[in-house]
Design a protein around this ligand. Structure first.
Ligand SMILES: *[C@@H]1O[C@H](CO)[C@@H](O)[C@H](O)[C@H]1NC(C)=O
Ligand SMILES: *[C@@H]1O[C@H](CO)[C@@H](O)[C@H](O)[C@H]1NC(C)=O
Ligand SMILES: *[C@@H]1O[C@H](CO)[C@@H](O)[C@H](O)[C@H]1NC(C)=O
Ligand SMILES: *[C@@H]1O[C@H](CO)[C@@H](O)[C@H](O)[C@H]1NC(C)=O
Ligand SMILES: *[C@@H]1O[C@H](CO)[C@@H](O)[C@H](O)[C@H]1NC(C)=O
Ligand SMILES: *[C@@H]1O[C@H](CO)[C@@H](O)[C@H](O)[C@H]1NC(C)=O
Ligand SMILES: *[C@@H]1O[C@H](CO)[C@@H](O)[C@H](O)[C@H]1NC(C)=O
Ligand SMILES: *[C@@H]1O[C@H](CO)[C@@H](O)[C@H](O)[C@H]1NC(C)=O
Ligand SMILES: *[C@@H]1O[C@H](CO)[C@@H](O)[C@H](O)[C@H]1NC(C)=O
Ligand SMILES: *[C@@H]1O[C@H](CO)[C@@H](O)[C@H](O)[C@H]1NC(C)=O
Ligand SMILES: *[C@@H]1O[C@H](CO)[C@@H](O)[C@H](O)[C@H]1NC(C)=O
Ligand SMILES: CC(=O)N[C@H]1CO[C@H](CO)[C@@H](O)[C@@H]1O
Length: 289
């Protein structure tokens, strides 16, 4: 499936729901990049973000303005304050073979995520597509290294897509991922270099993808051949202390008036209290409904 971020240039139209809420960025800071709302603690430009980890850049020289995280190549397509999540676009891995089993194209896939970001284990799955394909990924949690993956085999495209559109190991396989991973590297392999299936399936694909955003069906092989990037979800958090400790220092605590603090894996996020809405990271961000 192809994900396209389209333009709606910076001028917010008065009819959008967003314009009913007060600005989500710090005063004097840009609050949009294309149609993406940039909410504090994220920010564009010096003094507009909480700390370097929330420094995003807006590239308006691209045909459609694109938002990038820090200095990385990770493109942000949605920011969720409530869930402490980012939706990003990242590259799918691909291997294509010639009729003789020689490799004709290889695009690796590597997702480097620095703290405070981790790859959401609840909102993503790992998928591999192909008829002579196995794929695995390696990720890190602290000092530990984790590797897992899956295998997909088929004799023809009909038996692959005859599986009631499910990704069940024939033409497509998927697996859940361990929690808290950073620095994911995806590796693709083939048993016979696609030589037995080459006339209908010359390529293997593998990628991490947001759950529900990839549906395997008869057009998947063709669509994947045109797709280079797929959406995935990252988790983020503030600081490296849980709520109780962080709340003791008022000058650094990020949860402002009428908000509440929620523990994450090693830090926290803030939410407006019930009955309030807005941005809990801004001084008067949480407003009565
Ligand atoms: C931005 O616009 C595109 C095209 O209309 C849409 O697909 C995308 O979901 C929008 N993004 C957000 C964050 O609203
Ligand atoms: C903006 O995007 C263009 C086109 O992709 C690229 O050439 C340029 O280097 C980008 N600029 C920055 C600052 O990333
Ligand atoms: C924020 O990111 C931009 C682009 O990567 C970089 O030029 C700038 O120096 C960063 N600011 C800080 C304070 O790191
Ligand atoms: C962006 O994220 C919000 C909050 O998670 C969600 O409600 C919304 O549907 C998302 N928009 C897009 C275009 O994915
Ligand atoms: C690989 O296969 C393609 C297509 O079959 C062929 O054109 C090419 O010459 C082959 N390359 C090598 C190095 O064998
Ligand atoms: C299959 O492809 C791999 C990777 O390109 C290559 O090392 C190997 O020699 C190939 N095997 C055959 C039988 O062509
Ligand atoms: C992830 O990669 C970055 C950059 O290569 C590195 O600095 C960091 O230590 C890595 N983290 C883990 C958990 O491997
Ligand atoms: C296959 O799924 C994609 C979305 O993942 C959809 O756009 C496409 O229409 C579907 N094709 C068929 C034949 O169902
Ligand atoms: C609160 O944090 C600031 C900045 O890190 C630090 O200078 C200050 O000493 C801290 N105050 C307390 C009471 O820990
Ligand atoms: C919290 O909300 C109440 C009721 O809306 C309001 O009176 C109060 O001023 C708010 N507190 C702050 C510090 O904004
Ligand atoms: C956060 O976690 C700490 C340690 O597990 C716990 O004592 C505290 O009650 C939690 N705070 C909140 C707001 O959930
Ligand atoms: C059907 C198919 O997979 N076609 C092409 C997909 O893209 C690669 C190059 O990335 C071609 O080599 C395949 O022939």
């Amino acid at each position: 499936m192809v994900v396209v971020v389209t333009i709606l240039l910076a001028t917010p139209t008065p009819t959008t729901a967003q314009s009913l809420l007060p600005p989500q960025a710090l005063p004097g800071c840009p609050d949009h990049c294309g149609n993406l709302t940039i909410s504090y603690p994220f920010g564009i430009g010096d003094g507009c973000y909480l700390n370097d980890r929330f420094n995003v850049t807006c590239n308006i020289s691209t045909q459609q303005p694109t938002t990038r995280l820090m200095t990385s190549n990770v493109e942000i397509t949605n920011i969720s304050l409530y869930d402490g999540e980012l939706q990003i676009l990242q590259f799918a891995a691909r291997d294509c073979y010639g009729a003789q089993g020689n490799l004709t194209a290889r695009h690796g896939s590597r997702l480097r995520v620095p703290p405070p970001y981790t790859i959401s284990e609840t909102k993503n799955v790992f998928v591999a597509v192909g008829c002579d394909t196995y794929a695995f990924f390696t990720g890190h949690r602290g000092e530990q290294k984790y590797t897992t993956g899956c295998m997909s085999i088929c004799d023809n495209l009909d038996n692959a897509i005859d599986q009631q559109d499910t990704c069940s190991g024939v033409g497509c396989c998927q697996t859940k991922i361990p929690s808290g991973l950073k620095n994911l590297t995806v590796t693709l392999r083939s048993f016979n270099n696609h030589t037995d299936v080459w006339d209908f399936n010359p390529c293997s694909y593998a990628f991490l993808v947001q759950e529900g955003e990839f549906n395997f069906n008869s057009t998947s092989f063709r669509e994947l051949n045109d797709t280079t990037r797929v959406p995935a979800i990252l988790d983020w958090e503030i600081g490296n202390e849980l709520c109780d400790i962080a709340a003791k220092n008022e000058s650094t605590f990020a949860c402002k008036a009428n908000s509440s603090c929620h523990n994450r894996s090693s830090g926290y996020i803030c939410r407006c209290r019930p009955g309030y809405e807005g941005n809990p990271y801004l001084p008067d961000g949480c407003q009565g409904k």
